[in-house]
Write a protein that binds this ligand. Structure first.
Ligand SMILES: [Zn+2]
Length: 503
């Protein structure tokens, strides 16, 4: 007995790292929006012929920015920016276009990684209009005064109660901290981006950013949330900030923690380093490789025009001052805020070229792809529609080498990238775009094609040009519904909201 909508994808080449299938030909049975075991009697299952095609789980974007006040500000500050062959894709698309573009790319789940607790309701109203994808938000709960107070008192139970209440009220999936303690420095008229992890927060006794990180990670672990503390550490974007990143990892090692957009936190240079701006990935990735409770997303930059938006208002202010562009600062009812500004990444800029090379160095030197999620920190480093280009950079060494050869000599000749020959396999690309982010996010029903998984499935045409292959799946299913085919939307079912606290 099968429900309407039961079908079998036959003869496809399966890439499903979670079940250990690496390019094996197999059938995938779907019934009731989920993947099911092969039935004794397959009559009644419609057939979808996938011979010669590649079958993967739907993509999961663990760190993106698609909703809330910062995204609206991004649309206002840069309405002229667009990308794509005919510049048809806005740098910050409408909520409807965001869902349609993600789905056409084979993605079926997205998280907005920075929503202030006070903006959660607005964000959910917007996300209710995001078609197709399942979606969740990470709450900036550590910006709240009461949370800071319990952190300062080292009141672990009180902290857990407050975080749980925030997640419940804001229907959040995870707790995010952006520049730990940064808003406290910012609001006391001090540069929020120039403190280290051991500077005491103004008005909070002996509380330091390091203690904020440690106590939050502990509380998130004690609450048993699906995703560990999501950490955007201090000094984002600043020369010499690799020291802060290393200290952050040292503080969190031994606990589960997720390090966001590490590319933006891996720079040498500044007053403490003798050399000029450059890559400090080597000591960081060495520590990361040796500490398996830590996970990361890269926040790759790609060349072009985009919009930066961050819960770290101080970083936005610094960047706007450095580049001479107008910026917007939100102050959300005394609860942290957000900085938004347009940004143009140029391959003629030594700084931008370093950022590009540093992101790729992280991808290629992190040994375990299961602890790595592919991201551009959309739209901060690049638009999510550039993921296929990024996947080609990872999986096609000659293509990457050619791109590196066009960069300024300071980067071309000094970046460790010039000596790295690793190419991501299809299986590894599958891991960093779906299997790993699903596992890191804590979504047992996502990122794989095993029995019981949501029938979120993407079918690609194999192509030596990986960018072309991943840019236009032949078919995309969301919970068993065909939503996109060859770049065309076929239906727009509503996605579900992923909330950590059951109601
Ligand atoms: Zn981000």
């Amino acid at each position: 007995m099968t429900a309407e909508g039961a079908f079998v994808i036959t003869g496809g080449t399966i890439h499903d790292p979670a079940t250990g299938r690496d390019g094996v030909v197999d059938d995938v049975f779907v019934d009731g929006g989920r993947i099911v075991a092969p039935p004794a009697d397959p009559r009644g299952f419609a057939r979808v012929d996938a011979r010669g095609l590649v079958v993967m789980p739907g993509g999961v974007d663990l760190h993106s920015h698609v909703a809330g006040p910062k995204v609206c500000a991004g649309r206002r500050i840069a309405p002229h920016l667009a990308r794509g062959p005919d510049r048809a894709i806005a740098a910050v698309p409408t909520i409807h276009a965001t869902g349609a573009l993600y789905a056409a790319l084979g993605y079926t789940t997205v998280f907005d990684a920075a929503i202030a607790c006070a903006a959660a309701e607005i964000a959910h109203l917007e996300l209710a209009e995001l078609p197709i994808l399942d979606k969740g938000i990470f709450l900036l709960a550590a910006d709240r005064g009461d949370v800071l107070e319990s952190l300062a008192r080292d009141d672990a139970r009180g902290l857990e109660r407050l975080l749980h209440a925030s997640l419940d009220a804001g229907r959040g999936w995870a707790v995010k901290v952006a520049n730990p303690g940064g808003p406290a420095f910012w609001k006391h008229g001090r540069r929020g981006d120039h403190h280290d992890l051991d500077a005491a927060l103004p008005g909070r006794g002996s509380l330091t950013p390091r203690l904020v990180l440690e106590r939050l990670a502990e509380a998130v672990g004690a609450l048993g949330l699906p995703h560990p503390l999501h950490v955007h550490t201090a000094n984002l974007g600043l020369p010499g900030n690799w020291r802060t990143m290393l200290e952050t990892m040292r503080s969190l090692a031994g606990r589960r923690a997720h390090l966001a957009h590490v590319q933006f936190h891996s720079y040498s240079g500044g007053d403490l380093d003798e050399g000029s701006f450059g890559s400090a990935v080597a000591p960081l990735v060495e520590f990361f490789n040796a500490h398996d409770t830590l996970t990361l997303d890269v926040g790759q930059i790609l060349f072009g025009d985009t919009v930066a938006m961050t819960g770290d208002a101080a970083a936005a202010e610094h960047l706007a001052a450095a580049t001479g562009v107008p910026w917007m600062a939100h102050d959300l009812h005394l609860e942290g805020g957000c900085g938004v500004l347009p940004i143009a990444y140029r391959d003629t800029s030594v700084i931008h070229a370093w950022q590009w090379a540093i992101g790729l160095e992280w991808f290629l030197c992190a040994r375990d792809p299961w602890r790595v999620a592919l991201s551009t920190d959309h739209p901060n480093g690049a638009h999510f529609t550039a993921y296929p280009h990024l996947m080609r950079l990872l999986g096609d060494e000659p293509f990457r080498r050619e791109a590196l050869s066009r960069l300024p000599p300071a980067v071309r000749d000094r970046s460790p990238l010039k000596d790295i020959t690793r190419e991501y396999t299809l299986q590894e690309l599958c891991i960093v775009t779906r299997a790993a982010p699903a596992r890191i996010a804590g979504l047992p029903q996502k990122g794989h094609l095993g029995v019981g998984a949501d029938a979120d499935i993407t079918i690609y045409r194999p192509d030596r040009d990986l960018a072309r292959m991943f840019a236009m799946p032949a078919k995309v299913f969301k919970q068993g519904i065909l939503v996109a085919e060859d770049g065309h939307l076929r239906s727009t079912p509503a996605g579900r909201t992923l909330a950590a606290v059951e109601r």
